[in-house]
Structure formats: structure tokens, C-alpha cells
Design a protein around this ligand. Structure first.
Ligand SMILES: [Zn+2]
Length: 139
């Protein structure tokens, strides 16, 4: 597992989340909980984008990457409790573990959602009944 110091250093390099303390905490908790090889894979060329709900857009610059960029985007809501943020962060990172956004042959979108949840659960952030209820209320 990555050390908390490593994880915090990684997150400090993310330019879009500096205003969202709870999102930083949720990501730090999730990234610290996963096996080292998952952490290394996910944080290589990872860009985290966050926007609060009243923002319509955001312009950013990034240094020239080497290789493929992975990106996760959060529509940040202040009212979201930390356990929901942790689950969302773990679920989105779980999607990245699949290696591509579109379902591969013989896979469905639902497979992708289930596998993202499986990764989240494996790292210790399952989609509990409470979280499901909270997420349903947001829609
Ligand atoms: Zn998903």
C-alpha cells in the first residue's frame, strides 16, 4: 500500500481539487486502502477533475504526459457525506481498472458498473444500502 505521505503528495499535484477538502480526504482514504500495484497503475498519468455544482466550466493546463492519461471527474457537492464521497471515488477509480471506457466484446455497461463496484468493495468501500439511498435522492 502507498503511504499516506505519498498519497497526499499525489493529491497536492492535482490542480482541480485544492478547494474541496472532503474530496481530498475521500480520495486519500481510497488510494491509501488499495494494494500498491493498483495504486501505481491508477495514479500514473491520473488527472482528477472536480467542479462544484454552480460552475459551468473549468479551464486547466497540464504538463505534457508520457503515455495514456486517465481522468476522473467529480461534480462536487458540499452536502455529500464522506462515506458517499469515498464510495464514489472508489467506484470511479474502479472503472479505470477496466482499462477502457467502452465495454469490450461480450461485456455490457451493467458489467462495467458492477465491476467498478467490485473494485470499490475490494478496497473496502462497498455500495451499502445507506449509500444507495443517498445516491438515489440526488437524482
Ligand atoms: Zn459507474
Amino acid at each position: 500500500m502507498a503511504t499516506r505521505v505519498e498519497v497526499v503528495r499525489f493529491l497536492k499535484g492535482q490542480r482541480s481539487i485544492h478547494l474541496y477538502k472532503n474530496l481530498q480526504i475521500a480520495l486519500a482514504d481510497v488510494l491509501s486502502a488499495m494494494p500498491d500495484k493498483n495504486y501505481r497503475y491508477l495514479t500514473k498519468n491520473l488527472i482528477v477533475i472536480a467542479l462544484h455544482k454552480t460552475a459551468l466550466g473549468q479551464a486547466m493546463f497540464f504538463p505534457k504526459p508520457k503515455g495514456e492519461i486517465k481522468l476522473i471527474e467529480f461534480h462536487y457537492r458540499k452536502e455529500l457525506p464522506l462515506n458517499v464521497l469515498r464510495y464514489v471515488a472508489a467506484h470511479e477509480l474502479g472503472h479505470l481498472m477496466y482499462g477502457q471506457l467502452m465495454p469490450k466484446k461480450d461485456h455490457t455497461w451493467q458489467n462495467l458498473e458492477n465491476w467498478a463496484d467490485d473494485w470499490a468493495k475490494k478496497w473496502g468501500f462497498p455500495k451499502t444500502k445507506k449509500i444507495k439511498t443517498k445516491l438515489a435522492r440526488l437524482r
